[in-house]
Design a protein around this ligand. Structure first.
Ligand code: VG1
Ligand code: CO
Length: 549
């Protein structure tokens, strides 16, 4: 025992905040909102008030290291101790990637965990902050639970905390906080060990040694320490090829989103003719990934499909997959693989919380989203470094370039040309009106002839989870064309300013068609139809998206 912090349990009166509704991935707000008196305590107390049977049990706590991470952890530990948790496991320095929290909850059979992150959103005093509760399966709380948290938060009148001192987050080992043990643990070790059980580290090491050039960009976010341990120490990647590996509380001023826009430097490196064989990156909390081969960007939906087709080449998935899942806006590329392999395919709403039940029940092994998240049943979160290791292992096994693997893939399954157009920070009321108007007009769209084809069906996506029997409505508007093309509209649930309209565009080209088109040319007709069908300009005042991925 390093220290024994004496503390009294206090009951503090508070008044409710009206904006504590978790979105796609937890509660996300500006740092300044979270710094307001009682704001974080209210939310954490609301979470605990809706849970049963955690007295004496273990809670995992960690975050992506962004500004306010350390302060928030101290607050959470006190509320947890005062509410009766018996033990907390906290990553050294308060650091734990999202997939590492998921793994730690599962490995230690903890009651649950709290992840502090706003993922790919910028950090710093003026940036974003977020909090998410994960259950005993290691996955994000389901909608049923997060709705309860929100309901409670609207009428909360008091919370419990301690008057004790802070714990030392920089000291490995056990400390005492009131009647709770706080164990500060190595954030990387358990996770790295799990990866060694899934992938052929020997084959990857030999492949890297043989001259395969790989670069990874940790974007000054949480994956730096994980990348150093796994890529450099365990796989022999030169330290100089792991970029931006020290986590910074403001991510070096950057936007830690591993897409061709925000990770442009590493993207360009790979796209140049004499660049590395593979460039990769991960986001703020380590659950997203970017995969770019030399002169070949692998769109996330394609990455999911290629992994589904090749996972059997890796030790962890040598027996094949039980089934695959994808979020509704994710392209149908993986559907083609599932069909060919006879695998069940599940289509869920956006957000990893909808995959949890399917993973738990063994219905799926692999799942992914168009937003650069891929993962499997090894944890209950998407996992950035897992995806990179999966690609490294597939490349080491097939001894082909990324471009060759993708061309081969399309020549078997056809190619789903795909892009997402984001109209960020538009007026929230206007965005709602746009969606409402679109929904009202859906019936009259069917049969209409457009420049992108004839509209076959148009509906609002809803999801019935047969495992917990929950029903989730209003998960985006789908417009399907007779030629197989698709436009999806939905509003983001992770932003903190105004609204973000996401428009997902997809056109299928069969295997015998032209597989080497430029994506923006291949979907040009769909783009213009997407703008006119929803009158995007009229509602938002924007004629162009500000981010295209
Ligand atoms: C976005 C993505 C979604 C992802 C979510 C969380 O949500 O579209 O696919 O699951 O972010 O990702 P939205 O509602 O803004 O479209 V991250 O890396 O927070 O954990
Ligand atoms: Co993330």
């Amino acid at each position: 025992m390093k220290a024994c912090l004496m503390a009294n349990v206090l009951t503090i009166s508070t008044s409710a905040f009206d904006d504590q509704k978790p979105g796609t991935s937890g509660l996300r707000k500006k740092v300044t909102r979270f710094q307001e008196d009682h704001y974080l305590e209210n939310f954490v107390q609301s979470v605990f008030a809706c849970l049963d049977g955690f007295a004496g049990k273990t809670l995992v706590v960690g975050g992506d290291g962004r500004f306010h991470n350390d302060v928030a952890i101290q607050t959470i530990l006190k509320v947890a101790a005062a509410n009766g948790f018996g033990r907390a496991l906290v990553g050294l320095g308060g650091i734990l990637s999202t997939p590492a929290v998921s793994h730690l909850i599962r490995k230690t059979e903890s009651f649950g965990g709290i992840i502090l992150s706003a993922s790919h959103n910028p950090g710093g005093p003026d940036g974003d902050f977020g909090i998410k509760y994960n259950t005993a399966n290691g996955g994000p709380a389901t909608e049923v639970l997060t709705d309860r948290f929100y309901e409670y938060s609207r009428t909360i009148t008091s919370y419990k905390t301690l008057d004790g001192l802070d714990v030392d987050l920089e000291q490995l080992g056990t400390q005492r906080l009131g009647s709770m043990d706080v164990e500060i643990v190595d954030p990387v070790e358990d996770y790295a060990e799990l990866m060694e059980t899934l992938f052929d580290f020997g084959a990857i090491r030999t492949f890297v040694k043989s001259g395969f050039k790989f670069k990874f960009d940790a974007m000054h976010a949480v994956t730096g320490p994980y990348a150093k341990e796994i890529f450099t120490k365990r796989l022999g990647v030169p330290a100089s090829d792991v970029l931006n590996a020290s986590p910074k509380s403001d991510f070096g001023g950057g936007h830690p989103d591993p897409n061709p826009i925000h990770a442009q430097k590493i993207f360009d490196m790979a796209m140049s003719g004499d660049g590395p064989d593979l460039c990769a990156a991960s986001d703020g909390d380590g659950d997203r990934n970017l995969i770019v081969g030399r002169k070949c960007f692998v769109a996330p939906s394609d990455s999911l499909a290629a992994i589904a087709a090749n996972a059997h080449l890796t030790p962890g998935y040598g027996n094949g997959l039980k089934g695959v899942g994808r979020s509704m806006p994710t392209s149908g590329a993986v559907d083609k693989v599932a069909e060919a392999k006879g695998l069940p395919l599940y289509e869920t709403p956006t957000g990893w919380k909808f995959f949890g039940n399917l993973l738990d029940s063994g219905d799926i092994t692999l799942c992914g989203e168009e937003s650069a998240g891929t993962g499997s049943d090894h944890v209950r979160e998407k996992d950035g470094l897992w995806a990179v290791l999966m690609w490294l292992n597939i490349l080491a096994a097939r001894k082909q370039s990324v471009a060759e693997i993708m061309m081969d893939h399309w020549s078997i399954y056809g190619r789903n040309y795909y892009a997402r157009h984001d109209y960020e920070e538009v007026d929230a009321a206007a965005a709602k009106e746009l969606m409402a108007a679109l929904e009202t007009g859906l019936g009259s769209l069917v049969g209409q002839e457009t420049a992108a084809g004839i509209v076959k069906t148009a509906d609002v996506f809803s999801y019935y989870d047969s495992i917990d029997e929950s029903f989730t409505d209003n998960q985006g508007i789908r417009i399907l064309f007779e030629n197989g093309s698709r436009i999806v509209y939905r509003l983001s649930g992770t932003g903190t300013v105004g609204a973000t309209l996401r428009v997902y565009l997809e056109r299928y080209e069969p295997a015998e068609g032209d597989l080497a088109q430029d994506t923006s040319e291949a979907i040009a007709d769909l783009v213009s139809v997407s703008k006119s069908l929803a009158s995007i300009d009229r509602f938002t005042g924007r004629s162009e998206p500000n981010v295209i991925t």
